[in-house]
Design a protein around this ligand. Structure first.
Ligand code: GLU
Length: 293
């Protein structure tokens, strides 16, 4: 069996909040329960959204919570040549094409085609050429018909299916602002770091089919998937920096850790609130049973 390698991959757009602590803890527990390796990857590929100092802050907070990467963290901003290489490999498949559509043009054409059924799938306008428009972004062509259906088994959510053609459409690899798209960077990194198990928040469930398809196009191994329920605020919105999630109180790590474990459905004893060691011992032991379906 291949040795377990998992990762927590925060985007440094602000301090760690409770939602990201839940994802970090889930990936940590899964790695430890498998006697595996746990890595932290700083996803600072999205230059405009990256907040200076946020990555260091996240790493320091994780350490205060007792979670330290088993290997030195990698930073996506330092790995751009890898994304370029993968992009060039994808170009040899003939599936990559330039797209000249603006967001507004895409939205307008969707309104026209799907006046009654709103869908966000890119309608493939530039598949057969730019029609004189300048290239803005680069897209990867998805299959047509049944070949567009991607199915995978999620260790928490069960069997998942997405039709890439009707639900997503040809998706962006290189953005109009000259940044590598999240989907490409994450797949390249997971493959390069030999990640065997992806454990992350269910807000990324919708990206998984695209990532599996990219893995197939790049001929790299697809890891196993586990998406934990996202934490929502009182209005039912995902807790994120955008919805104003508060930074964690790192001075009371045990309280936050026990809350995160509760969110993951782990029933721990009062002893788990006494020390970090006791917390992790109990949580790691409880994790495999939590996953039995
Ligand atoms: N960087 C992504 C985020 O913070 C997570 C990527 C992943 O786990 O695949 O939402």
């Amino acid at each position: 069996m291949t040795a377990y390698r998992g990762r927590f991959a925060p985007s440094p757009t602000g301090p760690l909040h409770f939602g990201s602590l839940v994802s970090a803890l889930a990936s940590w527990l899964d790695a430890r329960a498998h006697q595996g390796t746990w890595l932290v990857r700083i996803e600072d590929i999205d230059g405009p959204r990256t907040v200076p100092g946020a990555a260091e802050n996240i790493l320091a907070t994780l350490a205060r919570f007792g979670m330290v990467s088993d290997e030195p963290p990698v930073w996506q901003s330092q790995r751009k040549p890898l994304y370029q290489q993968a992009f060039e490999r994808l170009q040899t498949t003939g599936l990559v094409y330039p797209c000249g559509c603006t967001r507004k043009e895409i939205a307008d054409s969707l309104l026209h085609v799907h006046a009654r059924h709103t869908t966000l799938a890119y309608p493939g306008t530039c598949r057969h050429g730019l029609n004189g428009k300048p290239a803005r972004a680069w897209r990867l062509r998805v299959p047509d018909g049944d070949a567009a259906i991607v199915t995978f088994d999620d260790r928490w959510q069960g069997q998942q299916t997405q039709n890439l053609a009707t639900e997503v459409g040809d998706f962006v690899l290189r953005r109009a602002d000259d940044q590598w798209a999240y989907q490409l960077a994450v797949v390249v990194d997971d493959a390069d770091q030999n990640i065997t198990h992806v454990v992350r928040g269910a807000d990324l469930l919708d990206s998984t089919a695209r990532q599996i398809y990219l893995q197939q196009c790049l001929r790299v191994v697809t890891p196993s998937w586990l998406h934990v329920p996202v934490v929502t605020n009182d209005d039912g919105e995902k807790l994120s920096k955008q919805t104003g999630a508060l930074a964690l109180d790192a001075s009371r790590p045990l309280v936050a850790l026990n809350d995160a474990a509760l969110h993951l459905g782990l029933k721990l004893s009062e002893t788990a609130a006494l020390s970090r060691e006791a917390f992790y011992a109990e949580a790691i032991a409880a994790w495999p049973a939590r996953l039995k379906r």
